[in-house]
Design a protein around this ligand. Structure first.
Ligand SMILES: Cc1cc2nc3c(=O)[nH]c(=O)nc-3n(C[C@H](O)[C@H](O)[C@H](O)COP(=O)(O)OP(=O)(O)OC[C@H]3O[C@@H](n4cnc5c(N)ncnc54)[C@H](O)[C@@H]3O)c2cc1C
Length: 505
């Protein structure tokens, strides 16, 4: 399993174990935790600036959302420039626009300078309003964009067979194959002397004097700075209260005929649909995305795929579904990502999270911001994206105290599978949370009848997980930790799996 879900993403053929480096005694300048676009780009940037870096990845490079993205490279964001002006003022909105341009340049520079074979293509994007309300939203977007110097031009036609009322185009956007890109960067990083350790879960850190000690499943790593590029940092932090996990769905279709739209496409529904095409194994496919919802808040995640497929079938002459997958992203409370010093750190630990659906771009931007902060102590974007900008919410301190130590008294009386199963009417292929004697259990019955019984309490902050039938995982609706049917950890912020009740070895 090279991705954090049971379904195969369109990029999956390229996701493999990358490196076999081991942990050593030396002190690194920077330890980067997480091998997605954020971690790899940041480590590469720092290593090329002369810093000695190590990437610690719990699974394999590209295991997380970077292996389940759709990889549009756009510098108009889910938070529109109009919203940014209203919330943060014109100057900050201009800075956001500048950040977007800089991020696209970082990606393009990496591709061109190193001749990376990653299907990179410059693209024009088309945004289209499907009804009167969306027409107004579009007008607001265009007005906001103009104020920050970001060009959106009204157009008469779009390349999508979708009836629309008004549309705009945005030039100088792009797309690529995210895993080919990340693996290319890993090659540059390794050639520059960087280390990559896969299968290495970072469990916690401690800052002592000028060293960060990282306790990992493969031993202690020492570094002068540490970067959590884990999509959301582990531990209990204010960032867990100011970002919320969401799931989005993607399907790659082959079309009858050869009428693949060349532009990136977006409607303005809520949640919106996003489209692009990509040639995989010599065959062009249309990738459509949408149906987003808060993690753990869809009764039947399989139905989200059917809804997306049915929606697309109304407009496109679809031949067949070639790939369908889903993945997780993080929504920040104020609409902007958090990139910089981890709140609560003494100043040597950094994090990057809250990217919404723009993490290819904000993950790349994180590389610039974090390397500037580590190398020179300042960044142009430091204040705009400062993770510490959020004030603690009411009850936060009490919550942290209560959850700081997760007490493991679960196996107080060894319940039997039979007892729980007698309460649960579960059909093959189904997962359910079952209450028994004041405790609750996550039960999954495989096709063929084998049953997996886990404690359903997420070890991160003790919320109850929910079943995700589409990806065969247990998803925590609070902060986004996810686990497979065996209880194995798939996604941060948890750093351990769900407790197994049928095999508590
Ligand atoms: C369906 C979907 C479509 C999207 N489409 C787009 C798009 O078109 N354009 C765009 O810009 N953005 C898009 N996004 C958002 C974007 O894909 C993500 O924001 C981005 O991939 C996040 O990258 P990351 O490197 O920060 O995190 P990830 O790719 O999730 O990487 C984090 C890594 O950290 C590792 N890790 C976690 N915890 C630990 C630990 N304790 N120790 C060691 N390693 C650990 C994980 O195994 C993982 O490999 C999309 C998101 C979704 C869900």
């Amino acid at each position: 399993m090279f991705r954090d879900g049971a379904r195969k993403s369109i990029w999956q053929e390229e996701i493999k174990r990358f490196a076999a480096d081991a942990i050593t005694e030396e002190i690194f300048d920077v330890a980067v935790i997480g091998g997605g676009i954020t971690g790899v780009t940041t480590a590469c940037e720092l290593q090329r600036s002369g810093k000695k870096c190590i990437i610690l990845e719990a699974n394999n490079i590209g295991f997380g959302t970077s292996g389940g993205t759709t990889a549009h490279l756009n510098d108009f964001f889910d938070t529109t420039y109009k919203e940014a002006i209203d919330k943060f003022g014109l100057e900050n909105a201009r800075l956001l626009a500048r950040a977007g341009k800089e991020a696209l340049q970082i990606i393009e520079r990496n591709v061109l300078e190193h001749n990376l074979d990653c299907d990179y293509e410059k693209k024009t994007a088309q945004l289209f309003a499907l009804n009167e309300k969306q027409e107004q939203t579009l007008a607001d977007m265009v007005e906001g964009a103009a104020k920050v110097g970001h060009e959106m031009q009204y157009i008469q036609d779009i390349s999508y067979p979708i009836p629309f009322r008004k549309a705009v185009e945005i030039r100088d956007q792009a797309q690529f194959h995210p895993i080919k890109y990340i693996r290319g960067l890993c090659g540059i990083f390794k050639n520059a002397g960087g280390r990559i350790v896969e299968g290495c879960l970072c469990e916690r850190h401690e800052e002592k004097e000028d060293i960060v000690y990282l306790q990992t499943t493969m031993g202690t790593v020492k570094a002068r700075h540490a970067v959590y590029a884990t999509h959301i940092p582990p531990g209990i932090n204010i960032l867990h209260f100011t970002t919320a996990p969401y799931r989005s769905y993607a399907i790659a279709f082959s079309l009858k005929g050869n009428n693949y739209p060349k532009e990136l496409g977006y409607d303005l529904e809520d949640p919106y649909h996003y489209y692009r095409s990509h040639v995989i194994d010599g065959r062009e496919l249309l990738i459509a995305g949408g149906e987003d919802h808060k993690t753990g808040h869809a009764e039947d995640t399989g139905a989200c795929f059917s809804n997306l497929e049915n929606y697309c079938r109304q407009y496109f002459d679809i031949d067949r579904v070639e790939y369908s997958w889903s993945s997780q992203y993080y929504e920040p409370a104020d609409g902007l990502p958090s990139i910089g010093i981890l709140p609560g750190s003494d100043g040597r630990v950094y994090a990057a999270t809250g990217f919404r659906g723009n993490g290819m771009v904000f993950g790349s931007l994180s590389a610039r911001i974090l390397s500037d902060l580590i190398i020179s102590g300042t960044s142009l974007y430091e204040a705009l994206f400062r993770p510490g900008r959020f004030k603690p919410v009411a009850g936060f301190t009490a919550f942290v105290k209560e959850n700081a130590t997760v007490i493991h008294d679960f196996i107080k009386d060894k319940i039997t599978m039979e007892k729980v199963m007698s309460l649960a009417e579960i059909t093959e292929g189904e997962g359910k949370v079952v209450k028994y004697e004041g405790d609750s259990y996550a039960v999954y019955k495989e096709h063929g009848g084998k049953v997996h019984l886990l404690k359903s309490t997420c070890p991160h902050a003790r919320c109850e997980v929910r079943w995700n039938s589409a990806e065969l995982s247990w998803d925590c609706p609070c902060h986004g930790s996810r686990f497979n049917i065996n209880g194995r950890l798939l996604n941060a912020p948890a750093v351990k799996g769900l407790e197994r009740m049928d095999d508590p070895a």
